[in-house]
Design a protein around this ligand. Structure first.
Ligand code: SF4
Ligand code: SF4
Length: 486
């Protein structure tokens, strides 16, 4: 195609095909909902997604059942008691900076990831897509049949067949919704507490049961009726696509250069010689689309990159002996330049940045001490002298971030002949419960001969009953002015 023809084609193509932007694919002209009867997809990408979905769903169910050797679950989001566990590490409100850091990383991650890989998350990892396509729609296909049978059933009277099919489908949908809400509850209160809720009298946990009941119906509503509207109308991530995706972004794309002008398939016809494109206008890509759009109109906000149209079109191409990939993962530039998708330098650089950010957050979390210690000078206080010892009274604040109690002892690491004495505790060990915030006073006594300055930086170390270092804190130790100024 020469440049003039190409310009003419693009302009004409755009004018003819932009009309779809004036309407919502899932809305009739009179404003009522146009139900999407998505055809059952099949093919290479659907198989990969099925495997991934089975793994993710299995993890969702299994993870709350696992208790780690440190006694923690892998994840816990107990909003009722503000107890949070991520990858086995407990987090408290004092970890606010980690949460803030984690959220910043998440935002940057989402922006960079989407700019490079488009909506891969929506198609492959999003819980909404996984539940809808690999749980609820599978049951629908099983009970009501594929697209055409569903359409027929929808149109027919509420006879015995329709009541049984719809009734059994909705009943199973509700059972699954209730089961999923129980699983989600296990992530909030923990599996042991969830079991106790069923053992105890319901009146003891009535608030939680009411919440579960409401959420189970909400879940049911989303998957039985609301469906793709959650992605196209509600999901904020979907709305962001317009600003995050550019012409280099990898996404499910229709190769309009190869596919247009589309025309119906005729046997023994030389389409190339007749100037016809490879798209045979069979509509299979539209029929399988769970959001009801036509990918041939170009990238659209409604596309969740589920790959169903890629599989459908590949199957058609195979049947008519044309190369697969008329709809494929490609960037706008790849399609325009007629190049296959390639890993670009930008992808590599952004991916390295993403991995570095995740590793950074992981390192932060792993290096977090079990008990966070703070030792502070008491405002207005001064040093004291006890014979050859210089004494500072410090206020301590300890936060036990584990679910185990500890017995701790403080030592001054930098001054071996020093002593640390607890004020008002003759045991000289600090006992701190799991998750407890403990405050008190200590006297730090350092021989004058060990000090080299009137304001010396000392390292106070906390060790547990097994002599394991728990945390170290640096603080200025006050001493007479003549030390270091002789
Ligand atoms: S499935 Fe492929 S050939 Fe059929 S209409 Fe879609 S793009 Fe064209
Ligand atoms: S256009 Fe294709 S990839 Fe996008 S939602 Fe529809 S079927 Fe999925």
């Amino acid at each position: 195609m020469n440049k003039k023809t190409e310009q003419h084609f693009s302009w004409e193509y755009a004018e003819e095909n932009e009309a779809f932007r004036n309407a919502v694919a899932t809305m009739e002209k009179n404003g009522t909902r146009k139900w999407v009867y998505a055809k059952k997809p099949a093919g290479k990408y659907t198989n990969y997604r099925t495997i991934l979905s089975v793994i993710l769903l299995a993890l969702l169910v299994i993870l709350p059942l696992i208790t780690l050797p440190n006694g923690n679950p892998i994840f816990k989001f107990d909003v009722f008691n503000t107890q949070f566990v991520l990858f086995g590490y407990p987090f408290f409100t004092t970890d606010f900076f980690l949460l803030a850091f984690g959220m910043i990383i998440c935002v940057v991650f989402v922006i960079l990831f989407t700019t490079v890989y488009g909506r891969i998350f929506c198609g492959w990892f999003c819980p909404q897509t996984i539940f809808l396509e690999f749980v609820f729609r599978k049951i629908e296909y099983l009970i009501e049949g594929d697209r055409n049978k569903q359409m027929r059933l929808d149109k027919q009277e509420w006879n015995e067949e329709k009541i049984i099919k719809r009734g059994s489908k909705w009943f199973i949908y509700y059972l699954i919704s209730f089961f999923v809400v129980n699983i989600l509850m296990a992530y909030i209160v923990g599996m042991d507490f969830l079991k106790s809720m069923y053992r105890d009298s319901p009146s003891e946990h009535i608030g939680k049961f009411i919440g579960m009941f409401i959420f189970s119906w909400l879940f049911f509503f989303v998957f039985a009726w609301f469906r793709e509207q959650a992605c196209t109308l509600v999901c904020p991530y979907g709305r962001l696509q317009g600003v995050l995706i550019d012409k280099h972004t990898m996404q499910v794309s229709y190769d309009y250069k190869r596919g247009e002008g589309r025309s119906k398939f005729r046997k023994n016809e030389d389409r190339k010689a007749l100037g016809k494109g490879d798209c045979i206008d069979c509509g299979q890509c539209v029929a399988v689309c769970p959001t009801g759009i036509d990918i041939r109109n170009g990238s659209q906000l409604e596309c969740v990159n589920c790959t169903a149209c890629m599989d459908a079109c590949d199957e058609v191409m195979e049947k008519i002996n044309l190369p697969k990939g008329l709809i494929r993962y490609a960037s706008e530039d790849n399609i325009k330049e007629g190049k296959p998708f390639q890993v670009s330098i930008r992808m590599v650089v952004f991916s390295v940045i993403l991995l570095a950010m995740v590793a950074g957050l992981g390192a932060f979390v792993m290096n977090r001490s079990d008990v966070e210690a703070k030792f502070l000078q008491i405002p207005g206080s001064d040093y004291k002298e006890e014979g050859s010892l210089i004494v500072n009274t410090l206020q301590y604040s300890l936060m036990n971030k584990t679910n185990q109690s500890h017995q701790l002892k403080a030592i001054v690491l930098s001054h071996p002949k020093s002593k640390v004495e607890l004020v008002s505790d003759r045991h000289q060990m600090i006992y701190i419960e799991a998750g407890e915030l403990k405050q008190g006073f200590v006297k730090v006594k350092i021989p004058r001969s060990e000090l080299s300055s009137y304001k010396e930086l000392i390292h106070i170390q906390l060790v547990d009953e097994n002599n394991r270092t728990i945390d170290t804190y640096k603080i200025s130790f006050m001493a007479p002015f003549d030390i270091g100024n002789d």
